[in-house]
Design a protein around this ligand. Sequence first.
Ligand code: NAD
Ligand code: GDU
Length: 330
Amino acid sequence: MTTLVLGGAGYIGSHMVDLLLQEQRDVVVVDNLLTGHRKAVPAGVPFYEVDIRDKDAMRQIFRDEKIDQVVHFAASSIVPESMKDPLKYFDNNTAGMIALLEVMLEFNVKQIVFSSTAATYGTPEESPISETTPQNPINPYGESKLQMEHIMKWADEAYGLKWVALRYFNVAGAKADGSIGEDHPVETHLVPIILQTALGEREKIMMFGDDYNTPDGFNVRDYVHVMDLVKAHILALDYLAEGKASNQFNLGSANGYSVKQMVEAARQATGQAIPAEIGPRRAGDPDSLVAASDKARSILNWQPEYESVEEIIKTAWTWHQKHPKGYEDR
Ligand SMILES: NC(=O)c1ccc[n+]([C@@H]2O[C@H](COP(=O)([O-])OP(=O)(O)OC[C@H]3O[C@@H](n4cnc5c(N)ncnc54)[C@H](O)[C@@H]3O)[C@@H](O)[C@H]2O)c1
Ligand SMILES: O=c1ccn([C@@H]2O[C@H](COP(=O)(O)OP(=O)(O)O[C@H]3O[C@H](CO)[C@H](O)[C@H](O)[C@H]3O)[C@@H](O)[C@H]2O)c(=O)[nH]1
């Protein structure tokens, strides 16, 4: 079985490639390096610097590499950017999915595991959020990911494409040895920003809003370790290989932590002071996003190993200490 990893040079994709290699599976990576890093993919892995919307280049890869299954991480994923430039998101994400499925179907490749997001739920009507909670995105990023889920659904009805959509909550942490980790060219995520502050790369962390409808007034999120997350992708690939029906699963820990609790956890995990200030709310942040992920546990038999945010933060800290300026390729 050969797995094609789209976006394999990115944060989550590079951890997926690492785990596939540990499992001695054949891997091929496509990434246009928009936000990814060539150095995040080991030298021996077939790597194509290609945009997934370039159908001719993608056809050539399917022809040469005999792909069996696809894991699709290649997307734009910055919420505030999507508010300013929605068409970029409908082009890269939604149109990217259409181009990809056209090529996959031409080559009779009919199994795909897809990176969806808690952002498809918008401001959820219930907590914890289950897979049947209504999806009402409140930004173009979440909207594009919901469209991508719908496109796969109709492609299953019409052409028998089998898909698993994994709806991630907040992904954090790094491979335990700190050899790969999170390095987005424009960093917006809480954990790397806190740790860059711990390292002195940033002066302080601004906590966006203390007047939310949560126990301490700060936003609550559900943090999942990147290695646990990619394990669920392996289980989803095997689920599809067994010929099972298309499905969707939330991936989170079922535990919510506020921004303030995360800063405190990082102070414990790093032993650093980490200056923090309270700032205004950031547009588009729901009060609280916490996953019910029992479905992934029962159907995929997913068993996350990292149980506390301190442990998650410690692995990210190892990466940031070893690579204070990330991959240093920009
Ligand atoms: N990080 C999170 O907390 C989180 C949460 C929910 C969902 N996701 C989703 O997971 C996926 C991976 O996220 P990440 O944090 O690793 O992001 P990332 O930006 O590090 O990775 C995305 C990778 O895809 C590549 N890419 C983008 N558009 C492409 C295209 N058209 N053709 C080829 N390559 C392309 C980028 O260069 C990058 O290497 C994304 O689809 C994102 O929407 C992430
Ligand atoms: O400098 C910062 C950065 C973030 N935050 C806060 O920290 C929390 C987490 O913010 P992130 O930007 O790390 O993550 P989001 O919850 O906004 O979004 C992430 O998780 C979502 C699902 O929950 C989507 O999938 C999205 O793609 C992914 O970036 C939010 O309350 C945010 O306001 C701060 O207070 N200060």
